[in-house]
Write a protein that binds this ligand. Structure first.
Ligand code: SIN
Length: 515
């Protein structure tokens, strides 16, 4: 029986562990509690073609159009074609998607030609999925190691042999025939994010240090509407899908002048437009008027349809049923990641990646809303189908030009401080970028170093991982002299047809040499 380690416990890790447990010896390693993940915070829902007036072809077309010419078309076809069956699996497992008149209820989000976003508990879709899958994993033959941090992959003879972990203050090595990275994104790279504290890009950093190829890591999606309070909170695009609108400081709509789809224009367009409007207003947030929904759809609509957001907004002192609330864009989703094929296989034999940590190419330069839970579900399942049959000695080679990065992790004069890194990323590697700003960021990052891996805490290791991926992201963003989807260069505003995927690997990783 193959020994498999799955790292991460969001939807991708839980589905992979659950499916693999039928044929492999599975250990699931997660750095917090089993139910702590980015998944549990997902609001809007999960997109899939479950209705007769919709079609897989249209879901594919919407995904490709949002992806701004950078999607891997065969990966998108897999996503949209296999999605409905995987949703039926979730229903069989016990996920209670919301219903209306006996049918699955469905929401609309930006850049979808049809309302096809399923939700559960109103806006608590992620929580419902997470808790159902946690129960299933607990009942399955899966060894669960909580509060266990993945430090490094063990790679020998160009094959994954295990994972070095830190748990209970002790470092140890777990041997394995295969490792599945499912440890999510990296919202903590940025000062404002919709992601929870666990989203520190550990999987991408681990893979990069082990020599794996990464793809399209310069593409980071900013969600247009997070509540503009000290502790930001996501206000789902589904709220705009129901008819809420954005207002400037004078209380006037501004998106209608900027895009034919107004508030439901592609996410990158809305996020950039809000950022520009905020700059015109001296940094003041714009306003989201959802109160109009109470007038149009009846009193109590917001609390019923969006109970989680309703509670969060009220807890922060706003009554969105009565007045517009301040919103700002915030870092939300990483389109790039560890490069994989359509079975989750990376460029290192025995290493797989699924979910946000991976780049299958389905999201291209700009993810279509609510396609990410679907991607995790479909690709974790596919990975679990394929892995037991794979032979690490006959591993498929990845083709395409690869840019080698020299990662000098140990050179900086002082240890990186997380808040400084987040502010630098927000200001220089955020919604709008320039060559000058990116070079400044690279220089500043060169003066920092990661942590001493022999004694570092989990928090310090996470921060060092953030620095590793930030450096790589800046190098690639500098190289992409065009604007496309979520990567906007003010000095290169046009899209260049000759620029396609960016693929990088670390040629030489110099980690701090401590005794
Ligand atoms: C949202 O509810 O707006 C987020 C959905 C997503 O990012 O897919």
């Amino acid at each position: 029986m193959k020994r498999v380690i799955v790292v991460g416990s969001g939807i991708a890790g839980l589905v992979a562990a659950l499916e693999l447990s039928q044929s492999c010896d599975v250990t699931l390693v997660t750095k917090a509690a089993l139910a702590d993940s980015n998944t549990r915070w997902a609001q809007g829902g999960i997109a899939a073609v479950m209705f007769e007036d919709d079609s897989v072809g249209e879901h594919i077309a919407d995904t490709l159009s949002a992806g701004a010419g950078l999607c891997n078309e065969s990966a998108v076809e897999v996503l949209c074609t296999e999605g409905p069956e995987r949703i039926r699996d979730l229903i069989r497992l016990g996920v209670a998607f919301d219903k209306q008149d006996g049918e699955l209820a469905r929401g609309l989000e930006a850049a979808h030609g049809h309302a096809r976003v399923l939700h559960a508990g109103g806006d608590a879709t992620g929580l419902n999925l997470e808790m159902t899958l946690v129960r299933a994993v607990r009942a399955a033959k899966v060894r669960v190691m909580e509060q266990t941090f993945a430090c490094e992959l063990v790679v020998e003879d160009e094959r994954v042999r295990g994972l070095e972990v830190l748990g209970g203050g002790k470092r140890s090595v777990l041997g394995a025939d295969a490792v599945v990275l499912a440890c999510g994104g990296a919202g903590q790279l940025y000062r404002y994010t919709t992601n929870p504290a666990v989203a520190t890009g550990d999987g991408v950093a681990l893979a990069l240090r082990a020599g794996a190829q990464l793809a399209d890591i310069e593409f980071y999606q900013f969600h247009p509407t997070a509540l503009a309070t000290k502790e930001t909170f996501l206000i789902s695009e589904a709220v705009r899908g129901e008819g809420a609108v954005l207002l400037d400081a004078r209380g006037e709509r501004f998106m209608q002048k900027l895009h034919p789809d107004a508030e439901l224009a592609p996410r990158d367009v809305v996020a950039r437009s809000i950022a520009r409007q905020m700059a015109l207003q001296g940094g003041k947030p714009v306003l989201l008027d959802a109160a109009r929904l109470e007038r149009e759809k009846g009193e109590g609509f917001l609390a019923k349809r969006f109970p989680t957001i309703d509670a969060a907004v009220k807890a922060r002192g706003f009554d969105w049923a009565k007045e517009p609330v301040p919103v700002t864009p915030a870092a939300h989703y990483w389109m790039g990641g560890v490069k994989t094929d359509v079975w989750g296989r990376t460029s290192i034999a025995g290493l797989y990646a699924v979910g946000e940590v991976a780049c299958t190419g389905v999201h291209g330069a700009n993810r279509l809303a609510s396609n990410s839970l679907l991607e995790s579900l479909v690709y974790a399942w596919r990975c679990a189908e394929q892995l037991p049959q794979d032979d690490a000695r006959r591993w498929p080679e990845m083709t395409g030009a690869v840019l080698a990065l020299e990662m000098e992790e140990g050179r900086g004069a002082r240890e990186v401080e997380r808040g400084e890194l987040q502010t630098l990323m927000w200001n220089r590697v955020g919604i709008e970028r320039s060559g000058e700003g990116l070079r400044e960021a690279a220089e500043q990052m060169a003066s920092w170093r990661g942590c001493n891996p022999k004694i570092a805490s989990v928090f310090e290791r996470e921060t060092a991982n953030l620095l590793t991926i930030a450096r790589a992201m800046v190098a690639v963003a500098l190289d992409r002299r065009e604007s496309r989807g979520a990567h906007y260069r003010v000095d290169y505003p046009e899209t260049r047809v000759d620029m396609q995927h960016s693929i990088v690997c670390a040629e030489k990783v110099l980690v701090p040499a401590y005794e």
